[in-house]
Design a protein around this ligand. Structure first.
Ligand SMILES: N[C@@H]1[C@@H](O)[C@H](O)[C@@H](COP(=O)(O)O)O[C@@H]1O
Length: 334
């Protein structure tokens, strides 16, 4: 049995290449236009919020750019908005999520420049924002987001690292171009081992998921949309540094914990948490960047998501669920 998510996983390299080919120069123009603005707001919901977290935490390693991340309605209710010389970048696969659309309209009422990154050319966000970038994925149906996750992340990295402009940022932008071919191979090479892993964990009810730097955004996505929406498991994301401020008290024998590790300074705490969890007999599942690629570690979310997609796909399958379906929420409107 193959669910829609299967083909959408396979389509990721093509979607990335197409988005880069058709939007790269446009994104460079956007970077030039917003370079020097006092504040950049990044807003999205669910999977689209996770890309904002990752992009903010990745650029934060290189730059002192003033970036804030909000969910749609948190932005709408925020009293202390910087109205002049600021920009709102919205991420939304559908371009219709009510929360994110409300943020767009609030920004426009307040004179904030708006840029949307969506996958739907006819969407309200694409039409109403001052500028817009289209991810070129074709229609995505699996609720948890695969190719639109990848391409949104690509667009945010492309814009923010182009603004940053240092030699290291250039290196990251160059490495970004290698992502489609790297993940093409990973899609093939990681399916079987993660199918087996999923079979082993299929009866677990709850998963904690942690990472540092841009891998926190990935942990958020894995917990919120992949485990909860996709595999219908309880899940909780956290920064690795927060392990000893709460989870340590519930990290017991046999509790599954997913660790995302890319060797960031904050991953010193990921390693300590893994060590502790192993000692007490928790079920540790580690996805380590070194096992998959040697490109710039700040690109870890693009790489680590691939084995995780297969893990989630088969976790759902072994529980008789379509990973792309939802019980309560429509893909576009709710
Ligand atoms: N259940 C969906 C999520 O899977 C999705 O990530 C989010 C944002 O959707 P969009 O990216 O279309 O704005 O909306 C809903 O909550």
């Amino acid at each position: 049995m193959k669910y829609d998510m299967y083909n959408e996983v396979l389509e990721q390299p093509k979607s990335l290449k197409k988005t880069l080919n058709e939007e790269e120069s446009h994104m460079k123009e956007i970077a030039e236009k917003i370079n020097g603005m006092d504040r950049i707001y990044l807003v999205g919901c669910g999977s689209s919020l996770s890309t904002c977290y990752s992009a903010r935490d990745a650029i934060g390693f290189l730059s002192d750019m003033n970036i804030e991340v909000h969910t749609g309605y948190e932005f709408v209710h925020h009293k202390n908005l910087q109205k002049s010389n600021s920009v709102l970048i919205l991420t939304s696969q559908s371009g219709e999520t009510a929360d994110t659309l409300a943020a767009l309209r609030k920004a426009q009422e307040n004179g904030i420049y708006t840029i949307s990154i969506t996958n739907e050319p006819e969407s309200s966000m694409n039409k109403e924002s001052d500028d817009s970038v289209l991810t070129r994925c074709g229609r995505e149906t699996a609720i948890l987001g695969t190719k639109t996750y990848m391409t949104q992340l690509l667009c945010l990295y492309e814009i923010l690292f182009s603004i940053e402009g240092s030699a290291e940022a250039e290196k990251i932008l160059n490495d970004l171009k290698q992502i489609p071919s790297i993940i093409e191979e990973l899609i093939k090479s990681t399916e079987e081992e993660n199918r087996i892993l999923a079979k082993k964990y299929k009866d677990e009810d709850i998963f904690y998921c942690m990472g540092s730097g841009p891998n926190f955004g990935l942990a958020y996505k894995v917990a919120m949309t992949m485990l909860m929406e996709g595999a219908l498991k309880h899940a909780c994301p956290l920064y690795s540094g927060e392990f000893r401020h709460g989870l340590i008290e519930r990290a017991e024998k046999n509790v599954p914990i997913i660790f995302l590790d890319a060797g960031f300074p904050g991953d010193e705490l990921t390693s300590k948490s893994i060590e502790f969890s192993n000692e007490i007999g928790a079920k540790t599942i580690t996805f380590n960047m070194n096992d998959y690629s040697n490109i710039h570690p700040l690109l870890a979310p693009f790489i680590l998501i691939i084995p995780i997609e297969w893990f989630i796909y088969y976790l759902s399958h072994y529980n008789g669920e379509d990973p792309g379906s939802t019980r309560h929420i429509g893909k576009v409107r709710y």
